[in-house]
Design a protein around this ligand. Sequence first.
Ligand SMILES: [Zn+2]
Length: 360
Amino acid sequence: MERIICSNCKHEYSYLSKIWNCQRCSSPLNIIYSKRRFNRDLIIKETYSIWRYKNFLPPLRNIISLGEGWTPLIKHTHRDTNLLFKLEYLMPSGSFKDRGTSVAISRALDLGVDHVIEDSSGNAGISLSIYAAKAGVKADIYVPKDIPKGKLKILEAAEANIFLSNNRKKAYENAVKASKNGFYIGHLWNPFYIEGFKTLVYEVWEQLGGLFPDHIFVPVGSGSNLLGIYYGLEDLLDVGYIDEIPSLIAVEAAGYDIIHKELFGDSGLPRTELADGLRVLFKPRKRELLEIIRTYGHAMVVDETEIMEAYKSLWRLGFTVEPTSSVVYAAFKKAYESGDIRGDDIVLLPLTGNGIKMII
Ligand SMILES: [Zn+2]
């Protein structure tokens, strides 16, 4: 049987525990699998969503799916480098979050939950509202009051119960306070989101048919996408489907560069609000992120000018992303110019959120 384990004190809980953090030390929780391992023969090949990997995801009785995952992988060359854009923004709610939300809301149903509470900069809230509606679960979404107008309108259209807070941090605090009234599904904490994010790696491995990227750039707000990607890579390495973990580059926005600051000190760059999805100053899983990045990766910061330039370039290439998603392209160009990327390297850039939400 699977178990829930504290990422810090390692205390174990039963798999069906209805808790969102460690009851002893308040740290985030993770899942320990009893014997599941990635195996190409156990992929459900006729299913074109994250659920083709059901056999490598946490065991669930209910599955709430809107066809998330199995997103296009588009090849592009930047001078002599091979870029792969993974179009995560083409998911049902227009963001990569749907991979995690599908798993987390399914889990909430397994626990008998009928009311979920979430804090979000926008995308996670939109994703949860849509999946909660499908599941017949009530959703309260706490967002900062300066949430982009387009995202707010979509939340309204999804008939979420919206609670505006003074800023992103307050939205988190208010959601946790309100959790006595319902189940705090918080994507910053919930390990079931991370489990869903693993599937991006499985897909890229299948789509490339053997080749694998040398570098993966990931936008880091709370860092749960990067953690999921790392766990997916570990699964493939464990069964010998890849030879090594590619370099994982955590990309943060100037002023919200908690990981970069911890590793390399202050970037000295002025704060930007442009990448609204990355305005997360409190990262509950910071310790786990630092451990992975110290071992396998690197951290980079991009400023407002670099984000805007990359955003415009991506739209010119036909990728209708939001500014938050552009940070990976901005960071890649910087790494390329400084010589950190070799000419024939393969570079994966997940494009996480749909820019049309910002315009509506
Ligand atoms: Zn603990």
